[in-house]
Ligand binder design. Structure first.
Ligand code: SF4
Ligand code: SF4
Ligand code: SF4
Length: 258
């Protein structure tokens, strides 16, 4: 492994939602009007202008209500299905930072990435037909800064640093939790024992306790893509190239011939 990674330690999160606000602030995303749904979770889902949120899970145990919190955002997969299914190759992984980002000059808002992302992350804005998601603050990271959400977290539930170092720290934290009253403590965001991307979680319990999708199998998704969707992608690119060619031919046609 090499490069940078984000560690989300949900056992430290207090659900202050500073990370949500910092993300909106840095990325100049508008607020969303929401209404009370019987749970303090707000907003209830990601959206084109909500690239991260803190999921609240309420579990009633006897007479006690227990909360479980988890910050949700793009995992910045090393083998991103969203990029593989995009017919216009609008999504790419930055080799330097590891961030998976969308080129909205090319995106047509078809929503393939939204449908196929194993973590249900990208969201299409139906007004401008463009897709939006967490960028891993690649602009900040490329300048040596921390992602805005990490910088803001007051209890260091979010950390950002060298992959090897953070992966080791995460495993040590899980071992500590298991020895100290959380026998189900575990890492999340792994496939075959390795991180699927640039975000891993330390959980005190099973993923569904945090509204995290259980075993999203991102690699299986990409095998499916290779077998079935790549040919469609090639057709889309060929169609685009043909369109550009015929448009160029039309542009060269003298006006008197029309
Ligand atoms: S979590 Fe989804 S949107 Fe993010 S890189 Fe992976 S496949 Fe793409
Ligand atoms: S890394 Fe940046 S874009 Fe992603 S959730 Fe954090 S603040 Fe938002
Ligand atoms: S800023 Fe930190 S403590 Fe606050 S909600 Fe986000 S992850 Fe949790």
């Amino acid at each position: 492994m090499s490069g940078k990674m984000m560690l989300v330690d949900v056992t430290k999160c207090t659900a202050c939602r500073g990370c949500q606000s910092a993300c909106k602030n840095w990325n100049m995303l508008p607020g969303n009007e929401t209404s009370f749904t019987g749970n303090y979770e707000n907003p209830p889902d990601l959206g084109p202008s909500t690239w991260t949120r803190v999921a609240f899970n309420e579990v009633v145990e006897g007479t006690t209500v227990r909360w479980s919190f988890a910050k949700i955002q793009c995992m910045h997969c090393d083998d991103p299905v969203c990029a593989a299914v995009c017919p216009y190759m609008a999504i790419s992984k930055n080799a330097q930072t590891g961030a998976v980002t969308v080129n909205r000059d090319v995106c047509i808002g078809c929503g393939f990435c939204q449908v196929f992302c194993p973590y249900e992350i990208p969201r299409v804005n139906n007004q401008n037909k463009k897709v939006y998601k967490c960028t891993m603050c690649h602009d900040r990271v490329a300048s040596g800064l921390l992602p805005a959400c990490v910088q803001t977290c007051p209890v260091q539930a979010l950390q950002f640093g060298a992959e090897d170092q953070l992966f080791t720290a995460a495993k040590q934290r899980v071992n500590f939790l298991r020895r100290n009253g959380y026998p189900r403590a575990q890492l999340y965001g792994l496939w075959d024992g390795k991180p699927v991307g640039r975000v891993i979680y330390v959980l005190a319990d099973d993923p569904d306790r945090y509204k995290l999708l259980d075993d999203p199998a991102p690699k299986l998704g990409s095998y499916f893509v290779e077998a079935t969707l790549k040919p469609l992608q090639a057709l889309a690119v060929a169609g685009l190239a043909a369109g550009v060619f015929f448009r160029a031919q039309e542009d060269r046609t003298p006006s008197g011939d029309e």
